[in-house]
Design a protein around this ligand. Sequence first.
Ligand code: UDP
Ligand code: MG
Length: 328
Amino acid sequence: MERNQKVRAMAEKTKLSLIVPVLNEEETVASFLDESTKAIEQAMELMGPAATAEWIFVNDGSTDATEVVLRTRAEQDPRIKLINLSRNFGKEAALAAGLDHATGDAVVPIDVDLQDPPEVIVQMVQAWLDGAQVVNAKRVDRSADTWGKRTTATWFYRLYNRFADQPIPENVGDFRLLGREAVTVIRRLPESSRFNKGLFNWVGFKVETIEYQRAARHAGQTKWRAWPLWNLALDGITASTTVPLRMWTYIGAVIAGLAFAYAVFLIIYTLVLGADTPGFASIMVAVLMLGGLQLLSLGIMGEYVGRIATEVRGRPLYVVASKVGLED
Ligand code: UDP
Ligand code: MG
């Protein structure tokens, strides 16, 4: 009986899918395929003779030769598959497209620029075969990232974890192994402002963590700009907590209390000592402070309401223009 169960569990761990979002990466694709093939072959040895693998490239609206390069590779090797999105939808949506098309028993989202070292996949697969359902990869050394990116990341994790209902482990990116159970759950999540790190972590299951060093980008340029990253941070926070929305009740209560006390003081003061010079300054201060607070809290409302609007529209996360090596 136990043996049978073990055999069945093994049988369900035979296929590995890599999901690779790409945006203008003509320079990096070839070396990524070389490196990742080596790692995947080692991982497949661990998985036994029935092991197979696939590479799902999601072309996120590249304007260079990325599509041509990938098409050629996909035609040469049926394990390489390509989804062309109709425009740039962002990495989060590209990953969702990949997750929807991956057929592996385990799925590994990975950057094409070799900043997520493919050899770590071998350890991930080992942990997965040993029973983990999700294997996180934690960057122990981010010195390859710029100072600005590192500090903002640190602050983001701190702020996020202080308020989020479900904290996320620091320095674990999208690069991780997701077992089929986790993938099924993630695909069912309906939200359209995707914050994958939060979602991947939210699903739970048996999690194992592996540490690695984050390398420098192999070639080409980073596609991240500060503004989209800031929006991703906002998505992350608004998707995971309503604290910024609710805290205004308390701040408002405190300010109202202080204002009331001040009013009482003014009344007594005027009754005892008579009217002062017209209080232009104090009125201005009160007006400005309250006005500022109101605008701020309205802004926070706007963040949430804006996201509610996006969710209600219910648009698809991405639009597929064409596929290579995948059926419809
Ligand atoms: N990427 C994408 N769509 C985007 C931005 C990035 O598919 O809108 C891909 C990119 O091609 C790469 C991965 O996401 O494979 C990570 O991007 P990048 O290396 O530029 O980000 P960084 O490592 O600097 O955070
Ligand atoms: Mg990178």
